[in-house]
Write a protein that binds this ligand. Structure first.
Ligand code: ZN
Length: 248
């Protein structure tokens, strides 16, 4: 959820990760983005105490497994991904899914919000959509289109700058805002298609809003918690009134 915050910390590792390509940053391919994400993910796992609680890890993997199976049906390229799901007790993160399906979930966050299974599914589905929709790749494409000077610089610098260079982050703010809204919307739809009741899924956003110190504060690159709850509630209503939920 706090994708920018999480990636800011991840990006600190970026320049330490070997850069397999040389030369300027022509638009990377999805395969290249996934290769680098896999290396960063391995690095993150190595620096943490992961999967400490077997029961919690099994719960997360059970729910993620249902969502990943749905994603493989809906986004065929994801069927070949080496999906991974791990948990951490890091209180400073919540959850994320890196390019290629590399998921990390904080037990501290899930327990603080007391998420039930549907709400945890919504959290995971939002993150899975970021990956399934190739949001990292599209962010780099947007950066190169909106600020073409980056094409002449190494990709590792662009990769770092999207989360650290305030000028570039300003240029990308609208892209990131739209990606957050898309991950909320498509995540709710994904989990609904996988079988969870829409209203139960939207309950995640109510808990997230109540947990926020600034529920009404929207940023240039991030919708406010109250906005996200309103949007999810309206979408859940619409799905329940106007559509028949797919059955297994
Ligand atoms: Zn997000």
């Amino acid at each position: 959820m706090a994708r920018t915050t999480t990636l800011s910390r991840i990006a600190g590792l970026l320049l330490a990760v070997a850069t397999p390509t040389s030369g300027g940053a022509a638009t990377p391919t999805q395969a290249e983005v996934m290769t680098r994400a896999a290396a960063m993910y391995a690095d993150r796992l190595a620096g943490r105490n992961i999967n400490r609680d077997a029961g919690f890890t099994a719960r997360v993997r059970g729910i993620a497994g249902v969502l990943i199976a749905q994603a493989k049906r809906d986004y065929p390229d994801t069927a070949a991904w080496a999906w991974e799901v791990h948990t951490t007790d890091d209180p400073d993160m919540n959850a994320d899914c890196m390019a290629g399906g590399k998921i990390l979930v904080s037990q501290a966050y899930v327990e603080r919000l007391a998420l039930n299974d549907a709400e945890l599914a919504m959290l995971l589905a939002h993150e899975i959509e970021h990956a399934a929709l190739h949001h990292n790749l599209k962010e780099y494409q947007a950066a190169l289109q909106l600020d073409p000077a980056w094409a002449g610089r190494p990709f590792a610098e662009l990769e770092y700058a999207v989360d650290h260079d305030s000028r570039l982050m300003g240029v990308l703010a609208a892209t990131n805002y739209a990606q957050e809204q898309e991950a909320d919307r498509e995540g709710l739809r994904l989990a609904w298609r996988a079988g969870w009741p829409a209203s139960a899924l939207s309950g995640y956003f109510r808990k997230m809003m109540r947990d926020s110190d600034w529920p009404r504060r929207s940023k240039a690159d991030y919708p406010s918690p109250i906005q996200r709850w309103r949007d999810a509630h309206a979408l859940a209503d619409s799905l329940q009134k106007n559509y028949v939920q797919p059955s297994e």
